[in-house]
Ligand binder design. Structure first.
Ligand code: TRP
Length: 336
């Protein structure tokens, strides 16, 4: 059996929060240490352009995300950790794929359809108002990310599943015309990874502005935790662990024994204020060593830059010769 190749991208918008950590960063860091698999992790800064046109925010987010992943122990000798924009073969492949992707396929992308729907619901005469070609072609750039490294498994959140399926469709169509050149990927959706709720009880997400940043300074970290929504039960009244954001966050970090202890405290009626303080202390103890490393990297971005360039060099050992092969297959060749 051939070895699986795992690949996933992180769009460089926003600051990493504890929901990202539990849902994506933690499982990827663990996988990065597994020598049995080939793993590619990259910062999708070209994808970020579809969502953000503030240059300083794009570069700040790239630094924060890279520093966070490194501080948390990404094994950059085993896994390949790089920045999308350092790999010129990716946009080249994007154009090649664009040439052979049906427009109708892009019309069906959920994210594009949602933007069109928002326009028509907002009473806009122009259904495509504010929609860039980057948003429209987003799945093709993502297909190039995936196909460039012959990824077989692509771990993503549910919202990205359709994009991976589109990459597969695009690869299939390419192979049908040009021979067996591209490798068909499949999405991997882990049903067991926790989806954390945010301060207001909705899914933790930067678009809801309800996040707890992973590496916020201790004081503001505590402040955010104190803002987590609870119900109005008084101290001493038994509390349900179901639908308790405080409990869910605790559980996402704690051992089963520690979780059982907190279950007991809930049954005994722990006061919400006390539970918040307990959660803060617990998380803070856990995060502190990585936060110190994160602060060190943020203060010295050259270390992060060097790591990314090292990853890019390794990635290009694969992408450069493979792109030559792809170009040759479609007829972009030396003439003599
Ligand atoms: N679009 C993905 C997201 O927003 C990020 C991404 C870009 C990605 N390229 C990828 C994920 C390739 C997996 C594979 O989450």
């Amino acid at each position: 059996m051939t070895q699986d190749i795992y690949l996933t991208g992180i769009t460089t918008t926003g600051t990493p929060h504890i929901g990202n950590y539990v849902g994506a960063i933690r499982p990827c860091i663990a996988a990065s240490k597994d020598a049995a698999n080939k793993n590619y992790y990259f910062l999708a800064d070209y994808h970020a352009l579809a969502k953000n046109d503030d240059p300083d925010k794009i570069s700040q987010s790239t630094l924060e995300i890279a520093a966070a992943w490194l501080a948390l122990g990404m094994d950059t000798n085993n896994a390949v950790f790089y920045r999308q924009s350092d790999i010129p073969e990716i946009p080249e492949l994007t154009w090649i794929l664009t040439s052979m992707t049906a427009k109708g396929l892009m019309n069906r992308a959920h994210s594009y359809k949602a933007a069109v729907q928002a326009n028509s619901e907002g009473g806009n005469k122009d259904a495509d108002k504010g929609i860039t070609m980057a948003l429209y072609s987003y799945p093709i750039l993502m297909a190039a990310d995936i196909l460039m490294f012959k990824a077989t498994k692509v771990p993503v959140g549910r919202d990205q599943k359709q994009h991976v399926e589109m990459a597969r469709d695009i690869a299939q169509r390419f192979n049908h015309h040009f021979g067996d050149v591209l490798v068909l990927p499949e999405p991997v959706i882990d049903k067991d990874t926790a989806v954390l709720a945010g301060l207001d009880g909705r899914k933790m997400s930067k678009s809801y502005n309800n996040t707890i940043p992973l590496f916020a300074a201790e004081k503001s970290f505590r402040k955010r935790i104190m803002k987590i929504k609870t119900n109005s039960l008084e101290p001493g009244e038994p509390k349900d662990t179901q639908d308790s954001t405080l409990f869910d966050i605790y559980k996402a970090f704690a051992t089963p024994e520690e979780t059982a202890e907190v279950e007991k405290l809930y049954a005994e009626g722990i006061a919400w204020g006390e539970m918040k303080q307990r959660l803060f202390e617990y998380l803070n103890d856990h995060i502190k060593p990585a936060r110190d490393e994160y602060d060190r990297l943020m203060a010295d971005p050259a270390i992060v830059e060097a790591e990314l360039l090292k990853g890019a060099a390794r990635a290009r050992e694969v992408s450069a010769p493979y792109l030559e092969q792809i170009r040759s297959a479609i007829g972009i060749r030396k003439l003599g």
